[in-house]
Design a protein around this ligand. Structure first.
Ligand SMILES: Nc1ncnc2c1ncn2[C@@H]1O[C@H](COP(=O)(O)OP(=O)(O)OP(=O)(O)O)[C@@H](O)[C@H]1O
Ligand SMILES: [Mg+2]
Length: 450
């Protein structure tokens, strides 16, 4: 196994400790040295230092205390450890300073074994604090919950994507947060003052699609009683979000390609050329490589859109994020769920949340928890409240497909009923395209006109 060395900064005015510390160098730590407060402040701009060791000398310790106090106050992410000579600790004022400020202190001559243990613990604590801070920062900035390693890598990539103006293709299974990511890119980019205009490419009737994208002039076709601005024109100066791009009909793919190449278009029923400036973000839950190979998606359009890829991992690969999200949903929904007796999740339900496969990803997690919060008669949400009782160990195992089918059927039938079996309206309410809804209904043998 590869050992990852941890970086320690040593502030040592006299350079007296380096020889002693060399004994620890070949082990788990890498030491860098500074001899002044200014140098230390500069070095701490490097995020990779987890711990600072400060060597206090009997002759200077009060001056050193004055130098170091402001530095400690402004650097909250690292842990500080003091190395002193024992006579320095006779000063009561200095004792108080050490207790107030340092993770631990050591006296010389050094006990290397104890120092190694302290450094290990202090590094662990600093890493934990950094990860908690990052989690908070990412949520505040992007409104996306996640602290798992896969999501941390995703956020690093997202930061880079935000700083460019190139087309982005977001892929991921249904309910993984593709739309949320498009919103995060827009909100944090230089185009945040411009609009974010979304088109659900699978939800528009074939006869209206040109007009929806490009707009039309009065009288362009029967029923066009006045001029209508299209989505592309509305996105001027902002972002055009092409959701479910895989569902875009072939002839529209050709028209879109032309706009992306030339950045100009004309409204339906007009020859006037309009130029537009927008950033394009597309999202897909289908594998576009496969769609290209099967001739359902134009290869040239695919390459236009696929300049930068962002792939959202499925929820089942996000480890501890499942619990994190579950708690966040609970907190958010609690004030409106009208069930004051509900206090949280039972241990068993937290376990099943972590073992279930989540085919519908974050959306399914939110739906299951919201439903459980309303319906539960317990103080703590149980696996049965979540519709996941079959995952409790003494039940026969529920397969991923069966669980998904039963959940989808329940959701679809209720939504269709509520919307008077009007498919377009139901699709809108569920946030999926009509094509997707028909596909799901087909798979589950649900007739559209019950
Ligand atoms: N990491 C997350 N943190 C908080 N909320 C999330 C997260 N991911 C998704 N959500 C929420 O889950 C729901 C589904 O997300 P979204 O609509 O962005 O998914 P999607 O990938 O576009 O799904 P689909 O493929 O079905 O269109 C939304 O309510 C969204 O706010
Ligand atoms: Mg979506």
């Amino acid at each position: 196994m590869k050992v990852i060395k941890r970086h320690i900064l040593v502030f040592d005015r006299q350079g007296s400790i380096s020889v002693e510390l060399r004994r620890l160098i070949s082990q788990d730590f890498v030491f860098s040295y500074t001899q002044s407060a200014i140098e230390t402040r500069q070095a701490l701009r490097n995020a990779y230092f987890l711990v600072v060791l400060v060597v206090f000398e009997a002759a200077y310790f009060l001056k050193q205390q004055q130098e170091i106090e402001p530095l400690i106050a402004e650097t909250s992410r690292v842990e500080w450890i003091a190395l002193t000579e024992s006579e320095v600790l006779e000063s009561r004022e200095f004792q108080a300073f050490i207790l107030r400020t340092f993770y631990d202190y050591h006296t010389r001559p050094l006990d290397f074994e104890r120092l190694r243990v302290t450094l290990g613990h202090a590094c662990g604590k600093a890493q934990l604090r950094t990860s908690l801070n990052e989690k908070k920062e990412n949520y505040e900035k992007f409104h996306i919950c996640g602290a798992s390693p896969v999501m941390t890598t995703f956020f690093q990539r997202l930061e880079k994507v935000i700083n460019t103006d190139a087309p982005v293709l977001i892929s991921g299974e249904t309910g993984t947060g593709k739309e949320l990511v498009a919103q995060a890119i827009h909100k944090n980019s230089s185009r945040s003052n411009g609009p974010l205009v979304a088109i659900n490419c699978g939800a528009i009737a074939a006869t209206l699609i040109q007009s929806e994208f490009f707009g039309h002039e009065k009288g362009a076709f029967t029923g066009s009683v006045q001029r209508q601005i299209g989505k592309i024109e509305s996105a001027k100066g902002g972002v055009l979000f092409l959701d479910e791009i895989g569902d875009l009909p072939m002839d529209m793919q050709a028209s879109l390609l032309r706009v992306l190449q030339e950045k100009t278009f004309s409204r339906v029923g007009s020859t006037q050329v309009i130029s537009v400036d927008f950033r394009v973000i597309a999202a897909t839950h289908v594998n576009l490589h496969e769609a290209v190979a099967q001739g359902r998606f134009r290869e040239d359009l695919f390459y236009r859109l696929n300049v930068i890829q962002l792939e959202l991992p499925p929820l089942r690969k996000r480890g501890g994020d499942i619990t994190l999200l579950a708690e966040a949903v609970f907190q958010k929904y609690f004030p409106v769920c009208k069930n004051n007796q509900i206090k949280g999740f039972s241990k068993e339900s937290l376990r099943v949340l972590s073992t279930y496969d989540w085919p519908g990803n974050v959306r399914e997690l939110i739906n299951r928890i919201q439903r459980a919060m309303v319906m539960s008669e317990n103080r703590l949400i149980s696996p049965a409240d979540l519709g996941l009782e079959s995952l409790v160990s003494n039940h026969p195992r529920l397969t991923r497909d069966l669980a998904r089918a039963s959940f989808d059927r329940d959701l679809l039938e209720t939504s269709l009923r509520k919307n008077g079996y009007i498919v377009s309206q139901t699709a809108r309410q569920l946030g999926v395209s009509r094509v997707t809804l028909y596909r799901m209904m087909n798979k589950l043998n649900i007739a559209p006109d019950q």
